[in-house]
Design a protein. Structure first.
Length: 196
């Protein structure tokens, strides 16, 4: 079973992530940030991942610790659920239109963490979520998943639509990357024979 549970507790946050890679897109997301919950639910739905997240943190300081640590815990859950990555496609991408917005996300679960991120938002806050911290969320995912992640907003007027198109594209790209290739179920998807 390609599943994982991650419990991450620090002096700043307490986060539990439960993930099934081969799910149906069901989610139960409970953080104090409603817009983040909405984005993570969209990610799970479009990736067909079963995802539960319970998170709390020191919002009296700032949102930074919570948003970044949710990304760190989510990436760690994917890393654990994927095991040695045997049989996966490894790479995935998707271009997602959300009304007037258009985003592209590409992922390579290569063992080498990198984030390239080009997303311009007009407002600092989308709902109550600090849009500046979306970079830190994706950096946290990339680092603990040990993946190269590229995120671009290509078009858009409405910041909600832009962010939502990013998370939906991310779900689709991760679904492609994590999916098993029936022709290579026993293979590590690298000419090196290892992903590191």
């Amino acid at each position: 079973m390609r599943e994982a549970v991650i419990d991450r507790t620090t002096g700043e946050t307490a986060i539990t992530v439960s993930l099934s890679l081969d799910g149906t897109g069901m989610s139960d997301i409970a953080t104090p940030l409603g817009f983040l919950n909405h984005m993570l639910a969209a990610f799970a739905k479009h990736g067909l991942f079963d995802l539960r997240i319970a998170a709390s943190g020191d919002l009296e300081v700032d949102q930074h610790h919570l948003v970044e640590d949710v990304g760190i815990a989510l990436g760690a859950a994917f890393d654990k659920a994927l095991g040695d990555r045997r049989g996966i496609n490894r790479a995935g991408y998707f271009v997602f239109p959300m009304d007037e917005a258009l985003s592209v996300v590409a992922v390579d679960i290569s063992g080498r963490p990198t984030l390239t991120y080009r997303c311009d938002y007009q407002r600092r806050f989308i709902g109550e979520l600090d849009s500046d911290l979306l970079y830190d969320f994706f950096k946290g995912v990339a680092d603990t998943l040990r993946a190269a992640v590229a995120v671009r907003v290509l078009e858009g007027r409405n910041d909600h639509h832009k962010a939502e198109s990013v998370f939906k594209a991310f779900g689709k790209a991760m679904k492609m990357a994590c999916s098993l290739d029936p022709r290579a179920l026993d293979d590590i998807p690298s000419t090196k024979g290892v992903l590191e």
